[in-house]
Design a protein around this ligand. Sequence first.
Ligand SMILES: Nc1ncnc2c1ncn2[C@@H]1O[C@H](COP(=O)(O)OP(=O)(O)OP(=O)(O)O)[C@@H](O)[C@H]1O
Ligand SMILES: [Mg+2]
Length: 260
Amino acid sequence: LGRAMATADLLVPGARPAVAGPAEAAQLIATYNTMLDRLQAERAAGAGRALQAQERERHRIARELHDEVGQTLTAVLLQLKRVADRVPGELREEVSLAQEATRSGLDEIRRIARRLRPGVLEELGLPSALRSLAAEFTHHGLSVEHHVPGDLPPLAPEAELVLYRVAQESLTNTARHAAADHAALSLRPLADGVELLVRDNGTGLGTAAEGAGIRGMRERALLIGAEIHFEPAPGGGTDVRLRVPAPPGERSADRTGDSP
Ligand SMILES: Nc1ncnc2c1ncn2[C@@H]1O[C@H](COP(=O)(O)OP(=O)(O)OP(=O)(O)O)[C@@H](O)[C@H]1O
Ligand SMILES: [Mg+2]
């Protein structure tokens, strides 16, 4: 019981000490296990509310960036175009530089808005959103291949968002920390859900302390009853593996006995 108490982690589900020993000790262990169940459920509910608030806030910022700043920059760009048509020769170059800077500012805004709010997820569905994520991270010495089938078992919208955010944070970590030149993002259907695997050939996690990124992935996983594992990849690098259960009613066990 002492060992279990010392190593308890609310973000890692399961792992309960066996209820055994003299009556009083057994009683204590059982009470401890019940307490841990309750704390874990409360923690998951709290994390759920926080993550929902975070997603709403991201939506709002993305919309404002796109609708407000984006509109303003578009207007500036049109104005610059009108100026460029009438400007004397010696200023033409400077106006054209200003046009260039405005255009790249606009691109940047769109990119940031897209990252904040995975609109592709709603518009194109998870498989396309994941493929475009892989393409987005393929640059400057990192190539990301993807294996994402088009026909996946049905998933709840929250589960799709978790899959997307975990893939996004894993690839961000690969790009920031792994010094990898290759990564692979794969999604495969399981008998009772799907498995996401993000594998890189970089330096590996080593003994690095978990930061907000990895804690966030654990919390998101917990929220939808998924399992997440961070392991060394075969031959070096890092594996992030997320197993998401199918929604109730879609599980193969539930389907047995159904009419064809
Ligand atoms: N794919 C990876 N390859 C090598 N090291 C990694 C990888 N992913 C994470 N790490 C290590 O684990 C640490 C924790 O990652 P985590 O995502 O939790 O935090 P972070 O990326 O440092 O910050 P942030 O909160 O912005 O995500 C990183 O600082 C890094 O040292
Ligand atoms: Mg990170």
